[in-house]
Design a protein around this ligand. Structure first.
Ligand code: C2E
Ligand code: CA
Ligand code: CA
Length: 751
């Protein structure tokens, strides 16, 4: 961590591309598909529009041509009915109607092509084909050049008899005039129409681009737009093919830069076709609308989706941030908490190449400061402490508050780590909070992290263990975790992993330390003591009992030992008729469960041992635990008939008031007092203890008596029982039986 709060900062939201990008891509693809779909729709729309225009043009053309044909038929009918004597009568009669039917002139010719026109021209040798000489119906010719003027004309013709002679009536129309009927300019003149025949020859061109005669439309398009692209050529060929087969169709083709929509449709007369052509640019409105709509829709959808994504992401991130804060940030110091430390230290350590250290730190007598200045003040104090730590530590560090007043720090430092330690002590020895100067003394456990250390819990444990070495002494404010400590730790680990196995393998055994009456120096009972025989070595209880107490294994072991004692008592009773009182150590860990004694009762009953032969030793320190109602528990134990002794008396600082409430049978004065005993002085502390015990009416056992001098002194004080090496070290069960065999024990067990 480079900055103090960098891991809780959410100032700059970063777009989370990991999931927003795929969504964006999906939306883009959907937009593209949608865009194409709308484009297809629009094209279909344009196709429909242009088809309709083509249809209308065809219908219009049909109507006009049929009207003109009808007019010709009407004339022929009248002629056939014999209304007219000669050509000029016919011409005169229809002179007025000609104009209104868009005809230029009439001509009546014989088979050889000779005759007159209605406007007074003489025609000679006009090339008349059979098509023209049709008696049944009106024939409409393709474009041709007028023999009278240079204009393009079309001829409507039908044969008839006049005065018994075969004649043919020509009604001619300027091709130009068709344009007016036919070619309503489409889209302000940008679009237009061609009338072509089956061979593709252009009859009428509304664009006025084609001046020559007999121009092929397909070639014209290909040449005009220099079409070389095969795909485009194929489209043109397709049209040509379809027209040959009298088909109708619509398609689009890009020529030069513009796209053209083309519709072709059979007129139904003379295999003529109407080709409607509209460039896309002419339909700009429709296309622009389409582009605007589809782009608008795409942009809108994209914006909405991205908006939603960002919204979700931001709210997720802020939710995560809140969760993160709750899970990883210590609200008092705004440093990381224990979780943060445990989850991030490993990664942090992996990145460091130099010397890496861990320091755990706590304030001495923090409880007193807390009760003196109050909770809020102490929170501020911890906050300032956190800030100060950050200030003085090497830049590359993780600093967290683990709990209460305990901080853990990991950092990299290549010079002498004592410099860092000194800096920390110097800087936080005086802290100012709310204008109050507090002098702080701290304890630090320091451990140089090895390359092989990978488990952060173990690393942390080492720093904690190191710190514990100074607690209470305060002679130094730091302790470096050293090899001696490492070895002790390894031993602990070894013990912890093997205890369950050991119980199964019966590695735990009892020995008994006899207790002697001061009066007659005879044995009055014994204390059972456990030994662990492991791989040929004997492990003494002080090396494993504290460990077992840490993980509750002591509960099992105590019951196991108690059961062995019951077995032995039952055996001794049977074999030697001996009714000894044996004391058994009961760890205070049992007291967590108020009903623990039931198990003891069950076992005693199982071996049919009288509970009055059993004395349970509880340490004085067990009686001062505030969380346990000792009075209630002791009373319960007593109610089952067990005797109770208070072990290590004088070391536990229990109050006299409390002791008086406890129905204790025996007080065991600890060895330390025997060692310190000043035999000459009446003011010896043992004197007072004996006084207290006597006042309470309990038996007194003095432990750890090693010399005759000590034994005499104890006797002189009027103590009842001595347990010590002077009389006997703890002995095997078999050695105990020597005493029993000889009936060499005091009859009066209650002294
Ligand atoms: P404790 O209950 O105070 O037991 C007395 C200890 O003092 C025994 O050590 C005994 O060997 C030792 N001792 C007795 N007389 C003398 C003497 O004259 N000189 C010296 N130097 N020592 C003497 P031990 O057997 O090593 O037991 C140590 C402690 O382990 C016991 O202290 C007891 O607290 C615990 N312990 C032993 N067995 C059990 C057990 O089965 N369950 C529980 N919970 N704790 C046990
Ligand atoms: Ca004991
Ligand atoms: Ca003791």
């Amino acid at each position: 961590m480079k900055e103090k709060y960098d891991y809780i900062n959410l100032k700059n939201y970063k777009l989370n591309l990991k999931w927003i990008l795929p969504i964006f891509i999906v939306i883009a693809i959907l937009s593209f598909l949608g865009f194409n779909y709308i484009k297809a729709l629009t094209y279909r729309n344009i196709y429909t529009t242009i088809s309709e225009l083509g249809n209308q043009t065809v219908a219009q053309l049909n109507l006009s041509i049929n009207e003109q044909k009808q007019f010709v038929n009407t004339m022929i009918d009248s002629i056939n009915r014999g209304y007219f004597e000669n050509e000029s009568e016919i011409f005169d009669n229809y002179a007025d109607d000609l104009k209104s039917h868009h005809f230029t002139r009439l001509a009546i010719l014989d088979r050889k092509g000779n005759g007159l026109t209605s406007d007074g021209y003489t025609v000679t040798n006009y090339p008349i084909t059979d098509d023209f000489f049709n008696f049944e119906d009106v024939y409409l010719s393709d474009n041709r050049k007028s023999t009278i003027s240079d204009d393009q004309i079309n001829i409507y013709s039908r044969a008839f008899y006049l005065n018994g002679k075969e004649k043919v009536l020509f009604a001619t129309i300027y091709t130009e005039d068709y344009k007016e009927i036919l070619l309503r300019r489409l889209y302000n003149g940008l679009g237009g129409t061609y009338l072509i025949n089956n061979d593709g020859i252009v009859l009428i061109d509304s664009f006025d681009l084609i001046k020559e005669n007999k121009v092929n439309l397909y070639d014209f398009i290909i040449n005009r737009y220099s079409v070389t692209n095969n795909e485009k050529l194929a489209k043109i060929n397709q049209m040509e093919e379809n027209i040959k087969n009298k088909g109708t169709g619509t398609f689009d083709i890009t020529l030069s830069k513009d796209t053209y929509f083309i519709h072709y449709e059979n007129v139904g007369i003379n295999d003529w076709y109407v080709i409607s052509i509209v460039p896309a640019s002419a339909m700009a409105n429709e296309l622009n609308q389409f582009i605007a709509i589809s782009l608008g829709v795409c942009i809108l959808i994209n914006c909405i989706v991205i908006g939603i994504c960002v919204y979700i992401d931001v709210s997720n991130q802020s939710k995560n941030h809140k969760l993160y804060k709750a899970a990883y940030v210590d609200p008092v110091t705004l440093l990381g908490n224990e979780n943060y430390f445990k989850e991030n230290s490993k990664m942090f350590l992996d990145k460091l190449n130099g010397n890496r250290y861990i320091i755990t730190l706590d304030i001495n007598k923090f409880k007193s400061i807390n009760s003196l200045y109050g909770y809020d003040f102490c929170n501020k104090l911890l906050n300032v402490l956190g800030e100060k730590l950050k200030e003085v530590l090497p830049q590359n560090n993780i600093t967290c508050r683990m709990y209460s007043d305990v901080f853990a720090i990991i950092f990299e430092y290549d010079k002498d780590v004592k410099q860092v330690i000194k800096k920390i002590s110097d800087n936080i020895s005086n802290i100012n909070v709310d204008n109050i100067n507090i002098h702080l003394s701290i304890s630090m456990g320091v451990y140089k992290i090895k390359k092989s250390d990978t488990d952060i819990n173990k690393i942390l444990d080492k720093a904690y263990i190191a710190r514990r070495q100074i607690k209470g002494t305060y002679s130094n404010n730091y302790y470096m975790f050293d090899d001696a400590l490492e070895r002790a730790l390894l031993k602990e680990e070894d013990i912890e992993t093997s205890m369950e196995e050991a119980l199964k393998n019966k590695e735990f055994k009892i020995i008994y330390q006899p207790k002697f009456s001061t009066e007659n120096e005879k044995i009055v009972g014994a204390e059972s003591l456990v030994r662990w025989y492991k791989n040929g070595a004997t492990i003494m209880p002080n090396n494993f009992i504290p460990l077992f107490e840490k993980d509750k294994f002591i509960l099992k072991l105590d019951l196991y030992i108690f059961e062995q004692v019951c077995k032995d008592l039952a055996y001794w009773k049977k074999e030697f008729d001996a009714s000894l009182r044996i004391s058994v150590n009961v760890s205070k860990e049992h007291f967590v469960d108020e009903n623990f004694i039931q198990e003891y009762v069950k076992i005693a009953n199982k071996y049919d041992v009288d509970t009055s032969n059993l004395e349970l030793e509880i340490t004085e320190s067990a009686t001062i635990d505030k969380n346990i109602d000792v009075v209630k528990i002791v009373n319960k134990i007593k109610s089952y008939g067990f005797s109770i002794s208070l072990d290590d008396f004088g070391t536990g600082y229990s109050s006299l008031a409390m002791l008086q409430e406890l129905p204790i049978d025996v007080i065991k004065i600890d060895k330390v007092f025997v060692d310190k005993a000043n035999f000459d002085s009446d003011k010896n502390i043992i004197n007072y203890m004996v006084l207290i015990a006597k006042q309470m009416g309990t038996e007194i056992v003095v432990e750890g008596v090693e010399t005759k001098e000590q034994a005499d002194f104890i006797k002189s004080l009027g103590c009842d029982i001595i347990q010590g090496y002077y009389y006997s070290k703890p002995i095997e069960k078999e050695n105990m039986e020597e005493y029993l065999k000889d009936k060499d024990f005091s009859a009066d067990l209650n002294c």
